[in-house]
Ligand binder design. Sequence first.
Ligand code: SAM
Length: 222
Amino acid sequence: MSDNGKVNTGHNIEDKELIRNARKPEGELGHQILDRMNQSHESMAQWGVSHFKVCPDSKILDIGCGGGRNIERFAAQISENGRVVGIDYSDVSVEKSIDLNRKAVDDGIVNVLQGSVSEMPFYDETFDIATCFETVYFWPDFINDLKEVNRVLKKDGFIFICNEAVYREGQMDKYDDLVELLDMKIYSEDVLKESLESAGFKDFKSYIDDENDWICVIAHKA
Ligand SMILES: C[S@@+](CC[C@H](N)C(=O)[O-])C[C@H]1O[C@@H](n2cnc3c(N)ncnc32)[C@H](O)[C@@H]1O
């Protein structure tokens, strides 16, 4: 948080250009922001993943995989019968995720592809779990994109969304600069629930860390 009570978007134009890359990392600043996010999102990600279980043979899709830290985490939890696939529309994110997970990629446990959540190159009912850390803010067509995630999940599969910002009526001023800089949408718990249900999910569960404003939700394919 900066002195004016707003979320810090940087004090000068160079910082702003760096942070702008969180939406779609590109070039050298893209590399830098991905290194930073692999570290700065770690506590939230650890909190988030404590709410579900990965099995040794889980097939996991990490959407908007960024620098690949969550791919690395899941790859360490599966056997040779499991798989982790990362997808991101940024070529820099794909490159970073592959670099970080080089051995698992070479071993055939991990695969990382460039592509948009709106149209993913996977067969129907491929994955047990689809994870979305800090990425849904940027999806262009939220409900249809969730339908696309639903399509690639197996019948008993689930989606996991984890965000470090949650919409609360009357308390959003602190995000104004960030929302403008990144052209992002910060969702409330209710909107996440309604959107997931419209997209064909059921059994919605949410967890909120009030101290940090973190939210994570899980919903199963209906
Ligand atoms: C803020 S970063 C989060 C990266 C990583 N998940 C993490 O938690 O550190 C958002 C990532 O989502 C990706 N992304 C945003 N919109 C996307 C879309 N429509 N399809 C695929 N990837 C997207 C961006 O390229 C970026 O790598």
